[in-house]
Write a protein that binds this ligand. Structure first.
Ligand code: SF4
Length: 78
């Protein structure tokens, strides 16, 4: 389980989440920031600072943002 960044990030890309993540598991893609679920330690720090509330715990992801989990998995797939 991990935190997930939804498409709400796309027009914002504020990047404050990068500053607070203790394990540096957030990276930029072509469209938005994504969280590496293999490294995220579920601390929740990024969720608290996101100015557009784009970040959710995976279990609490609203259904309309389900594609966000797959986006992250695809990005970090080797
Ligand atoms: Fe980083 Fe914590 Fe956010 Fe996971 S929950 S991406 S470890 S700040």
């Amino acid at each position: 389980m991990a935190f997930v960044i939804t498409e709400l990030c796309r027009d914002e890309k504020a990047a404050v989440c990068l500053d607070v993540c203790p394990v540096n598991c957030i990276v930029m893609t072509d469209t938005q920031y994504v969280i590496n679920p293999e490294i995220c330690i579920d601390c929740g720090a990024c969720e608290l600072v996101c100015p557009v509330e784009a970040i959710f715990f995976e279990d609490e992801l609203p259904p309309e943002y389900n594609s966000a989990t797959q986006l992250a998995l695809n990005h970090f797939r080797n």
